[in-house]
Design a protein around this ligand. Sequence first.
Ligand SMILES: *[C@@H]1O[C@H](CO)[C@@H](O)[C@H](O)[C@H]1NC(C)=O
Ligand SMILES: *[C@@H]1O[C@H](CO)[C@@H](O)[C@H](O)[C@H]1NC(C)=O
Ligand SMILES: *[C@@H]1O[C@H](CO)[C@@H](O)[C@H](O)[C@H]1NC(C)=O
Ligand SMILES: *[C@@H]1O[C@H](CO)[C@@H](O)[C@H](O)[C@H]1NC(C)=O
Length: 449
Amino acid sequence: MAGGVVLISSSIVRPGNSNQSGRTKIHLTPFDLSLLQFDYPQRGLLFPKPDQDFHLISRLKASLSLALEIYFPFAGRLVKTDNLEDNTVSFFIDCDGSGARLNHAEAKSISVSDLLQPNGSVPDFIKHFFPADDLKSSDGVTEPLLVIQVTEMKDGVFIGYCYNHMVADGVSMWRFLHTWSKICSSGLASEHQPLALKGWFLDGIDYPIHIPVSDAKRPSPTSGELSAVPITKEKVFHFTKKNISELKAKANSEVGSSDMTISSLQAVAAHMWRSIIRHSGLRREGETHCKVVVDLRQRLNPPLENNCFGNMISTAPATTTVEELLDHGLGWAALQINKFVRSLTNESLKSFAEDWVSNVKNLKSGLGSRMVGDTLVVASSPRFDVYNNDFGWGKPIAVRSGPGNSINGKLVLFQGVEEGSVDVQTTVWSHVLVKLLADVEFTEHVTIA
Ligand SMILES: *[C@@H]1O[C@H](CO)[C@@H](O)[C@H](O)[C@H]1NC(C)=O
Ligand SMILES: *[C@@H]1O[C@H](CO)[C@@H](O)[C@H](O)[C@H]1NC(C)=O
Ligand SMILES: *[C@@H]1O[C@H](CO)[C@@H](O)[C@H](O)[C@H]1NC(C)=O
Ligand SMILES: *[C@@H]1O[C@H](CO)[C@@H](O)[C@H](O)[C@H]1NC(C)=O
């Protein structure tokens, strides 16, 4: 490792009760498989430093083992089978109790204030606080589906983790984290409902789904492509409760909606979309996309249980031209996002799934082109409960996402420390960031400490 971060140990943590006879297979839907070439999402929580006698690593490992008994899919592996008859491959998750990985690292010279810069800049060295850089979902065949790195800093602890997006989404991941932290702080695995798996909800679609061999191959960018990608920078923009309510009111008044059709999140996303695209140097006639990650549980009919475990997201884009986006106002942009979100109905999800199965496509493009910079991706949600995850020595101080899936226009939304506020961890090309910070139309609606 580098950047002042030293790896001390790395071990596999298995669920306490690896009872193989109840071994579950999880079949993958088109919504899962379209993430086959996505990087493992990386998130991390920053904590104060526990007392010496807390026995940090042994307690985290013991509680992780208990948490994996409940959340056993994280301890499984992806299995790939060859379908020789039609030159395709299929995948499923085998909950085989192989275990998750936990790395212990030290960054003795790095303090909390180095990581949390007052102006919201995210230092480049933060990438060393996240484990397993460059894992893609398809790597889950040999790699754990959950990898954790506990980094002891000078005056804090950072718990960074990454997970295979085909096994879980943010809703499921944060629930797991909450359970793990409760077990760690109490020392016991309290009574827990058995995990409700999402099950197969796509009547009329057979599993396992067949994917042409060539589409399932891991893409490897040429070194020429890599060196041509502009440098990205990350910054956390803070929206206070008041900033958000003003943006929401502005967006709704522009579309003439008295019943607040546009949500807070759509107003914030639209503000970021217009501002970033304004400075990305794209041709006015070119297309631009805003992909908001949407939880599908309540969009199906009948709906799935709110807390059912698995990956239940979709990310189809709101699309327009750069010209349309910039010539219209905030309300119009928010309405495009709103329309797309509302268009995700049981019916449209069913046709998406059917089309996908008959014509597997776009597996390699991942989140969008790293070169073009025409796409905004809005991931994670301020609804996820970040600050209530106390492992036994204090609540988190901050939350950050890692460098995976980085494109110009990656936004990761988290709840802010004060109630009702939102932090938007934003990845943009560095020349775009400079222009963004100088743009009054952008900065008047955010708080840059
Ligand atoms: C293992 O799980 C199966 C089915 O869930 C159960 O019938 C069996 O008693 C379990 N065995 C042990 C040793 O816990
Ligand atoms: C933010 O502050 C850090 C020091 O804390 C400084 O190195 C960095 O240049 C600042 N970034 C911006 C964009 O002002
Ligand atoms: C919702 O879609 C599923 C298939 O994806 C279908 O089985 C179900 O009947 C649909 N529900 C309604 C109410 O149409
Ligand atoms: C956003 O919040 C900051 C800090 O509270 C405030 O200074 C600024 O005026 C707010 N802007 C709007 C448009 O609400």
